[in-house]
Design a protein around this ligand. Sequence first.
Ligand SMILES: C[S@@+](CC[C@H](N)C(=O)[O-])C[C@H]1O[C@@H](n2cnc3c(N)ncnc32)[C@H](O)[C@@H]1O
Length: 198
Amino acid sequence: MSLPTISNKPVPLLHQAQQLLKPRLHDGAISIDATVGNGHDTLFLAQHIAPTGRVYGFDIQAAAITATRVRLEQAGLLNCSRLILSSHAFMGEQIPTDVHGKINAIMFNLGYLPGADKQLITLSDSSLAALNSALDLLAPQGMLTVLAYPGHAGGATETAAVHSWSELLDQSRYSCTTHHSNHPTASAPRLLVIEKLN
Ligand SMILES: C[S@@+](CC[C@H](N)C(=O)[O-])C[C@H]1O[C@@H](n2cnc3c(N)ncnc32)[C@H](O)[C@@H]1O
C-alpha cells in the first residue's frame, strides 16, 4: 500500500486522460463515462469504440443526458451509446452482467456540470461506491481515470477521499498514478490513473 506515483506534465489533465485511454479503445471496445456532463468525454469514447463498441454514460441531471444525446446524435454516434439517468453509484446494477469484467476504459470527471447549478456536485460516498463498482467492471489491462477538483466547495473533501481510497488498492491487482497540473497547488485539479493488472 504505497502512495501513488506523482508526475508533473504540461499537457492538460483531460487530454492526458484521453491519451492514456486511447490504446485501450478500439472498434468493439466497451467503455463507461461515469459523469457525462456536457458529453465531451462521452463523445471521445464513442469516437474510439465505434461502430461496434459501446459507451455507457451516467449522470444524475436530465440536462446533462440531453446535452450528451444531442452531441452524440450530431456526430452520428448515438447507436453505440447507452445514456442512463442515474447515479454512477448504481453502475454495477445498470450495466448488463454479460459485460462485467470486460470494460476497457472508464472515465470519471468529478465536480459540477459547467454552466449549471454548482451545488449539484459529485459526492464522496457515491463516488467511492461507483469507483469500487468500476474496479469490478474493468477488464484485465483496462484503465480507469478520475479527474478530481479540490478547488470548489466540497471538492477538497471528495479529492482527499478518492486519494485515500486509491492508496488502499491492492497493488498486486492495480497500478495507480497521480498526475498534477502544470502549476500544482492544493486547489489545482489532479488526475488519478488506475490500471487493472489482472
Ligand atoms: C465535471 S461534470 C462532467 C463533465 C463531462 N465529463 C464533460 O465532458 O462535459 C460532472 C458531472 O457529474 C454529474 N454528477 C454528479 N453526481 C453524480 C452521480 N452521483 N452520478 C453520476 N453523475 C453525477 C454532474 O451532474 C455533472 O454533470
